[in-house]
Design a protein around this ligand. Structure first.
Ligand SMILES: Nc1ncnc2c1ncn2[C@@H]1O[C@H](COP(=O)(O)OP(=O)(O)OP(=O)(O)O)[C@@H](O)[C@H]1O
Ligand SMILES: [Mg+2]
Length: 453
């Protein structure tokens, strides 16, 4: 590996010239500084491994110099060279973190060995820092369980956008972990020590929501007895998590758009324009594109929110994560509730795998908690699982999807159509499957034909 050494000396002594020539011959890339300012500049800019410095610098105490270097580049090792100084001084320098200390005249071979050893130490230091950083990241994302490709993809995006100041839109079915991901983004961003404010846009009506978000002035409406700061003001410098964003009324959407574009707003009933610096993370389990088509969501707001979109996969789409999730929740609940469950039977796992999990991870956690509470042994058996899991159809059997806003007679019609599809038009088989006589089926089909689909 190429070594980069910065030589810091102000006195132009022949011994330094000799050292330089020797190191150059050894293919070391040399940088030179004769002032501190130059030295700091080079340290900030160049991939310096080692500083080789005169101990008797004119304008600065060498130990202060050492400290300053360690602040700028904690990985860089410093070797001092000097004419005779009291031993106590040399010891002091070593204690302060110098790598080594040599008196003139210098044995060049020895100096070279010392430089190489110091460079090795630097490599170790950098490796250690990398590991610590990785570990920290893992701690941050440690509660996001998922080894499946789909979840790893999500975690990768989170890791790469968290520190960037971009707005993020989280989508995914209920219980897939949108809020958990929002938390991870805030707490691993540079805003982590700043406020993190959450607003559920679905729980307030338009008037209250606006005053929640933007605050209000005294007397802005009946009941506004005092000025109140809104959540955007409270979140200044930090992150706001706007949950259930699809429920934002159109009027409020315009105001939110202004904050995203201009970073400013007025309190309800106020004239003063307030500037804020807030990162917005929004979440929804609805299809915003569809709401845009229906005129219920502004497309300009959508594009502002959706700088980065993270789609959380449904639990049923990442079956390989089940064992990991199950043991994670079992451990967590053992700790929280004092249970002593050791695991889950094969049959129970099979039952978990064949269910569709419309409530996703939240529903899985609840099902396990209920099973753990009912367990009579230290293993979760299938019979302890909630009844709806046991009754659910095996995964690969066909489901009929029937929309929930149909009337009873429409459902009947739909069901007959679907059953006939399944029996390839065989009416006898369809009638049998539906539990009615062939003649009743014929009658019903006649009615269906009379009504356009
Ligand atoms: N990958 C995961 N690893 C561990 N826990 C998870 C994971 N995904 C979700 N959870 C847990 O599941 C529960 C539901 O997650 P969360 O509240 O983030 O879902 P959501 O997408 O916001 O749901 P909703 O749309 O209903 O608000 C939380 O307790 C969360 O910690
Ligand atoms: Mg949520």
């Amino acid at each position: 590996m190429e070594l980069n050494v910065l030589v810091v000396e102000e006195r132009d002594m022949p011994v330094w010239e000799k050292a330089r020539n020797y190191l150059k011959r050894k293919k070391i890339k040399l940088f030179s500084a004769s002032t501190l300012r130059e030295a700091y500049k080079i340290l900030n800019r160049e991939p310096i491994n080692i500083v080789l410095s005169d101990f008797n610098l004119k304008n600065i105490n060498s130990l202060n110099f050492l400290n300053k270097i360690k602040t700028i580049r904690p990985d860089v090792e410093i070797i001092f060279l000097s004419e005779r100084v009291p031993l106590s001084k040399a010891i002091e320098a070593m204690k302060a973190g110098a790598y080594d200390f040599y008196e003139f005249p210098i044995n060049m071979k020895l100096l070279m060995t010392v430089i190489e050893k110091a460079a090795e130490k630097q490599t170790l230091y950098i490796e250690k820092m990398k590991l610590e950083k990785k570990f920290k990241e893992r701690v941050n994302y440690g509660n996001i369980i998922g080894r499946s490709k789909a979840m790893q993809y999500v975690i990768d995006i989170v890791a790469s956008v968290a520190s960037k100041n971009v707005n993020i839109l989280l989508t995914g079915e209920t219980g897939t972990g949108k809020e958990m991901i929002a938390n991870a983004i805030h707490y691993s961003s540079s805003r982590s020590a700043k406020p993190y404010v959450k607003v559920n846009c679905a729980v307030f009506n338009e008037g209250i929501l606006e005053s929640e978000l933007f605050g209000h002035e005294k007397g802005a409406f009946t009941g506004a007895a005092a000025r109140r700061q809104g959540r955007f003001e409270l979140a200044n410098g930090g992150t706001i998590f706007l949950d259930e964003i699809a429920d934002l009324p159109l009027g409020t959407q315009i105001k939110l758009l202004r904050i995203l574009q201009e970073k400013e707003f007025e309190r309800v009933g106020g004239n003063e324009t307030i500037k804020v610096d807030v990162r917005v993370i929004a979440a929804t389990n609805r299809d915003l594109k569809k709401l845009i088509d229906e005129g219920r969501f502004r497309d300009d707001l959508y594009y502002r929110l959706n700088v980065v979109k993270i789609e959380l996969p449904a639990l049923r789409e990442r079956k390989e994560d089940f064992p990991l999730l199950a043991s994670y929740f079992i451990n967590k609940l053992n700790e929280e509730k004092g249970y002593k469950i050791k695991g889950i039977s094969k049959e129970a796992m099979q039952t978990l795998l064949s269910y569709q999990w419309p409530g996703n991870v939240r529903e899985l956690e609840n099902a396990l908690e209920s099973a753990m509470a009912l367990a009579k042994k230290d293993f979760i058996e299938a019979s302890y699982l909630p009844a709806f899991l046991l009754m659910s159809e095996p995964e690969h059997s066909d489901y009929y999807r029937i929309s929930h806003n149909l009337t009873l007679s429409e459902v009947e019609r739909e069901l007959i159509r679907l059953t006939l599809d399944k029996t390839n038009g065989n009416k006898t088989a369809a009638a049998r499957a539906l539990g009615i006589g062939l003649r009743s089926l014929h009658r019903k089909i006649k009615v269906i034909r009379a009504v356009p689909p």
